[in-house]
Design a protein around this ligand. Structure first.
Ligand SMILES: [Zn+2]
Ligand SMILES: [Zn+2]
Length: 91
């Protein structure tokens, strides 16, 4: 009887492990979008939003002084989903 209990526990551990390694979940890092947006200072105007001594609005960032860039999510590699193992390891 004790042997049977052990093998059931082992079976559950293996199944949970397989689910964690194989079944995809919505990626928590990017919210399932597959990419991460971040804001970087515009190199054309240096963050001022103006060029030509402040006379012209920066054409590169539209006067905001920063640009929004999208990078592929490192956790899910752009898929929007990741397995528990990938999420926990942060890949
Ligand atoms: Zn700019
Ligand atoms: Zn992601």
């Amino acid at each position: 009887m004790a042997q049977k209990g052990v093998s059931i526990v082992l079976g559950v551990i293996i199944i949970v492990g397989l689910i964690a390694a194989v079944v995809p979940f919505p990626c928590s890092r990017c919210g399932g979008k597959g990419f991460i947006t971040s804001q970087v200072t515009c190199t054309t105007c240096g963050g001022d939003g103006k060029v030509a001594w402040g006379l012209l609005t920066c054409p590169d960032c539209g006067g905001r002084g920063y640009k929004t860039v999208q990078t592929t999510c490192p956790a899910c590699h752009g898929r929007g989903t990741a397995t528990l193992v990938e999420i926990l390891l942060g890949r």
